[in-house]
Design a protein around this ligand. Structure first.
Ligand code: ADP
Length: 395
């Protein structure tokens, strides 16, 4: 090749921003299709096109000079991605794999085919089907919109038959929204799931390249609050070594069977008896692997870029015995950098990542990572720093 690789990233959030950071060391050029001129990644990437990724012409023009297209989010319609591939630019992960991250009903059916552990579920087009599912498997039931939900938006806990209509009301409203983003009604259904009274949530993260090389990160324990990832601990405390390796194998097998290229996050729920079920799949760098930037030998962002370029993948091993990541969510304080003096003075092993986003309540605006030999200490330091950055001096 006579010029550096050009990777086109669709979506300008913090994941694209951190992919850009990883691209600098690789000497790779990033071109960004951003939703606005000031979004998180557009502040740092040099080559930015502001445009609508659902407009075929915008997407085709953007992709034309890129060697490969990858994603900050999973919302690009697969039909458009097929057009990009047909026009000669590689799309990684490709539309055949991405459909299972975009559509929870397809994902559940495919996991069943693969023999991966699912909760009890049913695909529902009418409230009566949801009621029948609840009566058979017990209430409450978790109802999820099959497409377009994120960060817990589009997920309902339905306590009994009298609430069964609520998720379908969202489907029926033409042009209705899940938290501001209009979602297409076509082919959208409600997935009813058994309410899993889980002991904790886990994440299995793997990266796979087109030629089939794959690496698995250690399993993380994750804590979600109000549908948003709040904290991860790696390796997951108390997880038996053989079960950890089974979960890594499961994620590697899913990546392989689905032909995923790049990062695959398999979100898992662990029941009180220790068994696990798959919650959902994400095919892009993932919040539950932000710890890898400072806590592993090769970050998820670098391995994702290496994978989409079909370069050999890097060692996913831990750099310390325990690594904790805590998300920084928007609070009252608009200037986050003012807290850095205190946080850094207190903890020399603290790593802070701020995304350049306007601070709004409950919005992900950054994360911190701590690492060390004593889990209780590492956790305390991460919580203190994240809390302090969120405006709580007593955290
Ligand atoms: P999103 O796509 O918005 O992230 P998820 O499907 O991951 O939605 O669900 C959000 C959260 O809801 C999960 O992290 C988990 O805490 C909870 N949840 C999801 N499915 C179930 C279930 N079947 N039983 C109990 N809790 C669930």
């Amino acid at each position: 090749m006579s010029r550096p690789y050009i990777i086109g990233i669709i979506g300008g959030g913090q994941l694209a921003r951190m992919m850009h950071q990883a691209s600098i060391a690789l000497g790779v050029r990033i071109r960004l299709l951003a939703e606005g001129p000031d979004v998180s990644a557009a502040q740092v990437v040099h080559e930015v096109v502001v445009g609508d990724y659902t407009d075929p012409q915008v997407l085709l023009d953007f992709a034309r000079d890129c060697d490969v297209i990858t994603f900050d989010h999973e919302h690009v319609p697969t039909q458009l991605l097929e057009q990009v591939e047909a026009a000669g630019t590689a799309v990684r992960p490709g539309p055949d794999a991405l459909q299972y991250a975009q559509d929870k009903s397809r994902m559940r059916l495919r996991m069943t085919e693969l023999g991966a552990p699912n909760p009890e579920f049913a695909i529902c087009e009418q409230p009566e089907q949801l009621v029948a599912f609840g009566d058979e498997h017990g209430w409450p039931v978790i109802a999820k919109i099959s497409r377009g939900g994120y960060d817990g938006k589009g997920v309902w806990k339905v306590d009994g038959p009298e609430q069964a209509d609520e998720p379908f009301a969202v489907l029926r409203e033409e042009g209705s929204t899940v938290d501001g983003g209009t979602i297409s009604r076509e082919g959208v259904v409600i997935v009813a799931e058994e309410f899993v009274d889980f002991a904790r949530e886990l994440a299995a993260l793997v990266t796979r390249s087109p030629s089939g090389q794959a690496v698995a990160y250690p399993i993380s324990e994750t804590v979600q609050r109000e549908g948003i990832c709040a904290e991860t601990t790696t390796p997951a405390p108390g997880l038996d070594g053989s079960q950890a390796s089974e979960l890594q194998q499961l994620a590697l097998r899913i990546a392989d069977e689905l032909g995923v290229v790049g990062l695959l996050a398999v979100e898992l729920m662990q029941r009180r008896d220790g068994s696990v079920v798959v919650n959902e799949l994400a095919m892009r760098p993932h919040n539950t692997a932000h710890w890898t930037i400072d806590g592993s030998n090769t970050s998820q962002f670098e391995n994702h870029l290496r994978a989409v370029l079909d370069l050999p993948l890097g060692d996913p091993g831990l750099r310390a015995a325990h690594v904790v990541m805590a998300n920084v969510l928007g609070g009252d304080e608009e200037d986050l950098t003012g807290a850095l003096q205190h946080c850094f003075a207190r903890d020399r092993k603290l790593r802070v990542h701020l995304y350049g986003k306007d601070v709004k309540p409950h919005r992900k605006v950054g994360h911190v990572t701590t690492y060390g030999e004593e889990l209780a200490d590492v956790t305390k330091r991460a919580r203190h720093a994240a809390g302090y950055l969120m405006g709580d001096p007593n955290a």
